[in-house]
Design a binder for this molecule. Sequence first.
Ligand code: ST9
Ligand code: ZN
Ligand code: ZN
Length: 333
Amino acid sequence: SETETRTHRTGKQQNGDAMSETSTVEDVFDDTYKEKDGPKPPRMLVWRNIILMSILHIGALYGLIVIPSASALTLAWTAVCYLISALGVTAGAHRLWSHRSYKASFPLRVFLAIGNSMAFQNDVYEWARDHRVHHKYSETDADPHNATRGFFFAHIGWLLVRKHPDVIEKGRKLDLADLRADKVVMFQRRHYKLSVVIFCFLVPTLVPWYFWGESLSIAYFVPGLLRYAVVLNATWLVNSAAHIWGNRPYDKTINPRENPMVAFSAIGEGFHNYHHTFPFDYSTSEFGWKFNITTAFIDLMCSLGLAKDCKKVSKEVIMARIQRTGDGSNKSG
Ligand code: ST9
Ligand code: ZN
Ligand code: ZN
């Protein structure tokens, strides 16, 4: 059921690294792209998104205020929803579908797609397409959340304006055949809106109401809106904070950084200097389960026979890279 895709040599490899790793997707930085000269296209606000995102965040603030009135079970359920939706992004859209860093069986892919709809961050196909252009054209006009445009743009601003034409132009040239061949990805894309209504809003709200008599309002605002907004912001911090603050032990020539606080809230996705250096590593980090629930989850899935073929960079390659391009801050030596 898993599709094999073309194998690309990594750009870093051509630069003379003693690495043998290859990447199966177009997630490798392309240093041949040059931004177009001349004035940048005007910024075009998308008022619909500005209004919806404002309403969401006001609703989430209200959810924060009513936390003391929520039952312990509802709070536990909120944590469960956080975890499932976060895994749908980290283990699903990111490590599996954007980077193909491991292989997942059909039932696991169904679970991850449900978690992904619960996270409501665009369908897997669109998410992975934007994410592959982000890696390939990092910090340029063709990067959807180009962090050189500042914290706000990288965090949420990019979802409130029309995309730079280069994002779409370069995105259209990406090879996404592996995604189109995945029936779970295409099914989620076809039924995306309905799946979001069910898994992002109805299920989080109705479970506490039906099973332990929580008020519909608290169930809607806490495990529903507040949980959704927190997962969004934890995700966006990888694009904003982890592209601005932190050490660069693996490659000091790129912007992405190691940010432990982001790693914690994004269940393992804040080791972002490592991740942009070795995008195909299933763990997105050198340090195993440390701040990395997602890696623990994938390892558990492997032990249950639901996942396999995890790609991992060897210690020797990591050490050689630290020596060659690191900023000297690494503590693993
Ligand atoms: C959200 C996404 O929040 C978050 C992603 C974060 C990524 C983080 C990565 C970090 C690493 C992983 C860490 C995970 C940590 C998780 C922690 C969990 C605790 N290539 O889009 P349109 C085409 S979403 C090729 O309308 P505009 C497109 O197909 C939040 N083509 O562009 C279309 O073609 P056609 C909820 C592309 O008009 C045409 O272009 N969702 C590409 O500029 C127009 O597309 C929202 O808020 C591409 N890359 O509008 C809605 N892109 O016409 C967000 C586009 O032929 N989106 N195309 O069909 C929008 O409303 C709009 O996209 C827009 C831009 C307003 C932002
Ligand atoms: Zn990044
Ligand atoms: Zn990535």
